[in-house]
Design a protein around this ligand. Structure first.
Ligand code: SF4
Length: 459
């Protein structure tokens, strides 16, 4: 039996799909773990393949006996189209993931079965029913599983060479409680943690695949989460000497905690920034950067407290903060979330075309500005930040290059000077270094000037 696990994604063709502003314009790709977890839950006698459309095209003619897809709202329509393609070829399709869990009845129109909730609680039953030809339309995962019972994801099935980092999850859920967030619905506003020993096992598993790559803890809220758990985990991470990235909000403002993060190998934090752009937030960003942690600002636009002044505020904040990477999104009221219900009550939902729920289109009526203001403000800010980060990055590169040339020049000049003094014994006399260095002249011309200058001073 062959099971094909797919993650549909329009990121390869839609410029809006990811508004990541890295100064070098490289797309940051990290694997999601839903499919590797399902693969780990699948009986051993199955051949399992994972296809992530972020990095490779989907082939509907790939031979298989069963297809399962996990998808987000922005890819829902694409997923339903793919499901029809496979079913036309006689292959049963199972749908799951965030959007399917929020709207199972919708998903059920396009699939043989829909899994609602976490796969751990229900996947073995789905597979048994598939084998006996008795798939039901909807499978409700009975409850949130304790994470010690979750299997180690099949990292080996990912095309690891195509991702920037290894992804590892230490917890699920988030206590922040943002009203638009589907995580709140999915995990019932609770958080659960994997035992630290299990996290270390997973780190060892990904390091067996590629030791050089950094680790991205893709928890909804890693830094600033449960502190006693974090204390134990960070201690172990420090011992294992890994470099990692993580996600947080401004709870990371506690200096002692930032210090612990930095010592444990944290190199990058993506921080959810509400667009308040307060002086203490700027201070926190700088404090984090000072400890060698790169801050990746994640800004969302369109909250009820945002008016048109928010765009300039964010631009100024980014400029002052020295952040090298920024992600910009538009607040999106995902189906069945508290925010969607509230906006719906005031008739503010403008469309349910899921293709537009990519956090880059405006799909609701904002409270303190017009739809047009939010659209044009978002696009204008996007363009400005992209230009700004690109220009600043090239300036920084020039500055770095100049500094390193100066450093090199200094080191080489001292070396040459010493060597010359030793060779000639003419310690303080002006010398024709260019003649001695000969063909290396061009490479070290700055050096020679420096040496001659110093020689002149000595003389
Ligand atoms: S902080 Fe992030 S994960 Fe947590 S509720 Fe808000 S949006 Fe969701």
């Amino acid at each position: 039996m062959k099971l094909l696990l797919l993650e549909p994604n329009n990121a390869r063709e839609d410029p809006f799909a990811q508004c990541w502003f890295t100064a070098d314009k490289k797309r940051f790709t990290a694997p999601l773990l839903a499919l590797p977890v399902i693969a780990a839950l699948t009986p051993n006698d199955y051949e399992v393949e994972i296809r992530d459309e972020k990095i490779e095209a989907i082939n509907f003619n790939e031979p298989c006996n069963l297809v399962a897809m996990s998808y987000k709202t922005k890819d829902a329509l694409r997923t339903y189209q793919y499901a029809e393609e496979f079913r036309k070829r006689g292959i049963p399709v199972i749908l799951g993931g965030m959007h399917a869990s929020l709207l199972p009845e919708e998903a059920a129109q396009y699939a043989n079965a829909v899994v609602v909730g976490e796969a751990e609680g229900i996947w073995p039953e789905v597979i048994r029913d598939f084998e006996t030809g008795r798939l039901r339309k909807i499978y409700l995962a009975p409850k949130l599983v304790p994470l010690e019972a979750a299997p180690i994801p099949r990292f080996d099935l990912l095309k690891n060479g195509c991702y920037c980092v290894h992804s590892i999850q230490t917890s699920r859920g988030c206590l922040v409680g943002c009203e638009f967030c589907p995580v709140q619905e999915m995990f019932q506003g609770k958080t659960r943690h994997k035992p630290v020993g299990r996290v270390l096992e997973e780190i060892e598993a990904v390091q067996r695949i590629d030791r050089k790559k950094d680790i991205f803890f893709i928890d909804e809220m890693f830094a600033g989460g449960n502190r006693s758990y974090q204390k134990e985990l960070l201690k172990e991470l420090r011992r294992h000497r890994i470099n990692f990235y993580c996600i947080s909000d401004f709870k990371v403002m506690d200096p002692r905690y930032i210090w612990d993060l930095a010592r444990s190998g944290c190199k990058k934090i993506s921080i959810n920034m509400p667009g308040t752009c307060l002086p203490q937030e700027l201070k926190a960003v700088r404090a984090i950067q000072k400890l060698g942690i790169d801050v990746w600002g994640y800004f969302m636009l369109g909250f009820s407290f945002h008016d048109v002044s928010v765009f300039d505020k964010i631009e100024e904040f980014v400029a002052k903060s020295g952040m090298k990477n920024v992600t910009l999104t538009v607040m999106t009221p995902f189906a069945n979330t508290l925010m969607a219900r509230k906006i719906s009550e005031r008739n503010g939902i403008l469309t349910t075309d899921w293709n537009l729920y990519d956090q880059c289109h405006v799909v609701f009526q904002p409270e303190r500005m017009s739809v047009e203001d939010l659209k044009s403000g978002f696009l204008g800010l996007w363009k400005d930040l992209e230009d700004f980060l690109r220009i600043r990055d090239s300036q920084m590169k020039d500055d770095r290059r100049e500094r390193s040339m100066r450093r090199m020049a200094g080191v080489v000049s001292l070396g040459i000077e010493k060597a010359f003094d030793l060779l000639t014994g003419k310690k303080d006399q002006p010398v024709d270094l260019e003649a001695i260095i000969g063909k290396k002249k061009a490479e070290v011309s700055v050096t020679i000037d420096n040496v001659m200058e110093r020689k002149r001073k000595v003389a």
